[in-house]
Design a binder for this molecule. Structure first.
Ligand code: LIP
Length: 278
């Protein structure tokens, strides 16, 4: 059977390596930090330059394809997923980590066709871990196959989540109550590595058993979603329904049992949709 998107994935890999090198080089210099939606929602010149590099390189080769990029959307571009082949790009997932030189910083790219994720690439570029997954063909880290832990017992699990940018009192209370509700199951622990895409890769390779988050974006999820799925993980909405790339929320886990248990334990809060904000 022909594999029409293989060439796109191979090309994406080369562009991602270049982007990762650009990020590593930038860490050697002073980092100029700007604010986006709030004093804790940060962006740097490097986020913008890396996104420019990725989009211009891919657009030159695939001029008819569509793009949803974090910094382009911040600058006013639409974030609507269509049937057209679409590259969903987070040039630096873990910008706060990047600013602090905390080592979980990645380039995340997901590629969709007919709104389905065909492949995902997440390059944790300080650790130099290149995670890749193509629909139906497995998930890999630096070319070595990876799979989820397979843990089914939530009381033996390590769970990832993030605190995010929105710190209004109601949101904050729900977020803390959710963490309390998970911690008191009990679980072995909760961790917040600071990058949604890296979190999904940590579940994909069995270093963590679950990750849940509300308030992130399609560019945080697209690359990692392909990887965790192909590694045998479950990915779903926080309501327990099917995963929706534009919904700004997800649960992913090593097993359905753990994902379902988290869905029952956490209280969703409204976070809007990526395709409703333009
Ligand atoms: C970040 C995520 C992080 C989350 C933040 C933000 P950015 O992405 O990966 O896990 O807590 O809300 O979305 O802004 O660094 O690309």
């Amino acid at each position: 059977m022909s594999d029409p998107w293989k060439e796109c994935m191979d090309y994406c890999l080369e562009v991602t390596k270049e982007a990762g090198k650009m990020i590593r080089d930038a860490l050697q210099r002073d980092i100029s930090i700007m604010q986006k939606s709030s004093p804790v929602d940060l962006v740097t010149e490097t986020d913008q330059k890396v996104e420019e590099l990725i989009i211009s390189s891919i657009r030159k080769k695939y001029p008819t394809h569509s793009f949803i990029g974090e910094e382009s959307v911040a600058a006013g571009a639409a974030s609507v997923l269509t049937e057209n082949p679409t590259w969903i790009i987070d040039p630096i997932d873990g910008t706060t980590n990047f600013v602090h030189r905390f080592p979980f910083v990645c380039v995340s790219i997901g590629f969709t066709v007919n709104k389905e994720i065909e492949f995902g690439i997440v390059y944790s570029c300080i650790e130099e871990k290149m995670y890749t997954a193509r629909r139906g063909k497995g998930a890999f880290c630096n070319g070595v196959p990876i799979k989820v832990s397979g843990q089914e017992d939530i009381s033996k699990s390590l769970v990832l989540t993030e605190t995010g940018f929105k710190k209004d009192p109601e949101h904050f209370r729900t977020m803390m109550a959710n963490m309390e509700s998970i911690l008191t199951i009990p679980v072995h622990g909760i961790r917040s590595p600071g990058s949604a895409a890296v979190n999904m890769c940590l579940v994909a390779c069995g270093a963590a058993d679950a990750y849940y988050h509300m308030g992130i974006h399609c560019w945080d999820m697209a690359g990692g979603a392909a990887i965790v799925r192909e590694a045998g993980g479950v990915i779903m909405d926080v309501s327990g329904g099917p995963f929706d790339l534009m919904s700004r929320r997800l649960i992913t886990a090593s097993s359905r049992a753990i994902a379902d248990c988290i869905a029952k334990k956490i209280q969703p809060f409204p976070c809007g949709r990526d395709d409703a904000e333009n």
